[in-house]
Design a protein around this ligand. Structure first.
Ligand SMILES: NC(=O)c1ccc[n+]([C@@H]2O[C@H](COP(=O)([O-])OP(=O)(O)OC[C@H]3O[C@@H](n4cnc5c(N)ncnc54)[C@H](O)[C@@H]3O)[C@@H](O)[C@H]2O)c1
Length: 331
């Protein structure tokens, strides 16, 4: 089966592309490589079943041509990461909503099923032990830039439902909760790769506030496995499904684990995020998924640990440092 994977050059998209090819499928990756990297696809770049197209999910004629070639679409292209979202609000809204609209329109017109990547951020300021898919979305004011990401993703979800009603679109929305693992970059504000970089540099790990806020960190291999199962489960069509690890971990504990696993002498520094992000920052005390719908539909439960993701990121960063030092010695 041939899949179109938008954003396939990014963190999650490249792992999904690899897994799709490993299952024997064909893949077209559409990516503008604005935050993704060609090297993310290094392991499968020579695979004859992979075609990489450099272009934008906003380019309607290109998207229509590629959707037509594919039998299923995974829409992962997006502007992601707190730092990017706050610094580039128009790009965020345009990429995340108009990009989704372009892809969903083409899928509806051409009769292709689409898995739309959404996010736990849409639960916003909601409280409670775990968010179920039918929970209300409680988003903050447009004067705080961070909420633009959640709003643009929530609008894309609404649009999928609207296109299903009007045009018979076949879709499933996957709401991912803090996916972590190799190839994730610290450049756009992701917490775990930043901690790993700080631990290896021996600089303090910067924890926002007292660090008691909890997140549910999901190993990327678990996220990909759940994605593939959802895409092949007819009963999941027309629904929203949380994809995440239900075990919460505080950000302070995450920092301590990174220091321990890296065998680092780094300290922990508690910082005020508004010093970096001004008034555009907002944080949530907790965010954990209720994954009973995912389990019921697919039988899937996450089984990889956050420690495994930390080890993968550490190994990758050490390998890069080794390559750079070797290049410097040779140069
Ligand atoms: N990583 C997470 O924890 C997480 C959590 C929830 C949801 N998600 C969702 O998963 C998806 C992938 O996220 P990620 O973490 O891999 O981020 P990423 O930045 O690594 O991947 C996004 C990819 O989209 C590409 N892209 C951006 N704009 C594009 C455009 N206009 N046209 C084509 N390609 C474009 C980027 O170059 C990049 O390769 C996103 O939709 C994101 O909202 C991720």
């Amino acid at each position: 089966m041939k899949a179109l994977i938008t954003g396939g050059g990014g963190f999650l998209g490249s792992h999904l592309t690899e897994a799709w090819l490993a299952c024997g499928g064909q893949a077209i990756v559409l990516d503008d490589f604005s935050t993704g990297r060609e090297t993310n696809l290094a392991s499968c770049r020579r695979n004859a079943r992979l075609e990489v197209v450099r272009g934008s999910a906003l380019d309607a004629p290109l998207v229509a041509r590629l959707v037509k070639e594919a039998e299923i679409v995974f829409h992962f292209a997006a502007a992601v990461g707190v730092r990017l979202v706050i610094r580039e609000p128009t790009r965020t809204l345009e990429t995340n909503f108009c990009g989704a609209q372009t892809v969903l329109d083409a899928c509806a017109r051409l009769g292709r099923k689409v898995l739309l990547a959404s996010t736990s951020e849409v639960y916003g300021k909601g409280t409670g032990a775990a968010f179920a898919e039918d929970s209300d979305l409680i988003l903050g004011t447009p004067t705080i830039g961070r909420w633009g990401y959640a709003c643009s993703k929530a609008m894309a979800e609404f649009y999928a439902f609207a296109q299903a009603k009007r045009g018979g679109l076949r879709f499933v929305v996957a709401r991912y909760f803090n996916v972590v693992g190799a190839r994730q970059t610290a450049d756009y504000g992701m917490v775990l790769p930043r901690f790993v970089r700080q631990a290896l540099d021996g600089t303090p790990l910067t924890v926002f506030g007292n660090g008691s806020q909890t997140r549910s960190f999901t190993h990327v291999a678990d996220a990909v496995e759940a994605t593939l199962r959802l895409a092949s489960t007819p009963a999941a069509e027309g629904t929203i499904v949380n994809v995440g690890n239900p075990e919460p971990l505080s950000v302070l504990d995450l920092a301590k684990r990174v220091i321990r696993l890296a065998d680092s002498a780094s300290a922990i520094a508690h910082v005020d995020p508004r010093a970096s992000y001004d008034q555009d920052f907002a944080d949530m005390p907790s965010r954990a998924p209720d994954i009973s719908r995912l389990e019921k539909l697919t039988g899937f439960r996450p089984r990889r640990t956050v420690d495994a993701a930390i080890r993968d990121l550490l190994a990758e960063a050490r390998e890069k440092t080794g390559e750079n030092s070797a290049a410097e010695r040779e140069g």
